[in-house]
Design a protein around this ligand. Sequence first.
Ligand SMILES: Cc1cc2nc3c(=O)[nH]c(=O)nc-3n(C[C@H](O)[C@H](O)[C@H](O)COP(=O)(O)O)c2cc1C
Length: 190
Amino acid sequence: MRALIAVASKHGSTSEMGRRIAANLRHSGIEATFCLAEQVKSIQGYELVVLGSAVYANKMLPAMTALVYRWGDQLAACRTYLFCSGPLDAPVPGNVPLPPDARALMRLSGVKDSRMFGGAMALDRLRPSERALMRIWGSKSGDYRDWAEVDAWSAQIASQALGQARDEAAGDGARDEAAGDGPDETPPTA
Ligand SMILES: Cc1cc2nc3c(=O)[nH]c(=O)nc-3n(C[C@H](O)[C@H](O)[C@H](O)COP(=O)(O)O)c2cc1C
């Protein structure tokens, strides 16, 4: 099974989560490719797609919006999962909703499952304007990514995707067998 993990990230912390998910899927036997959202050329040939975006001002990053705009129809035909990373708080409250554009993506592309993971931010990596916003919001800097949660979600994706592939293969086998039971040719008429 081939999987694409495509991530939109501004300061790199969401990319690291995407790379971790790709490594976990590979460990489960899935041929997983990691790519930045802006570098995706096609999603053809992937049965599984995991999308991830950092959240800024309650929106996914433009690179993810562009990816969805371009490949939305094909995404609907894949087994697609979505995560966002944002909240700078520990523990991340369980009820933090995905931003509205991510929820719309879920509806339009038939996303199977989603997660809002904690984010990470070092104030010294920000532009002065961003730093000022963080101060106004009272946001703390720090790394609030929960790697155990990321690993558990990857394991769930792998088990669901591989389980479905097995079921489909078994269904195909049963259909082939049933087709094989019937007459191979039209019997000759006397
Ligand atoms: C200017 C600014 C705005 C942000 N807005 C949000 C937000 O609306 N919601 C949220 O959950 N996190 C917000 N964050 C936190 C980031 O989403 C978080 O730090 C994320 O992990 C950054 O990912 P990246 O390193 O991949 O860019 C904001 C951070 C900054 C600096």
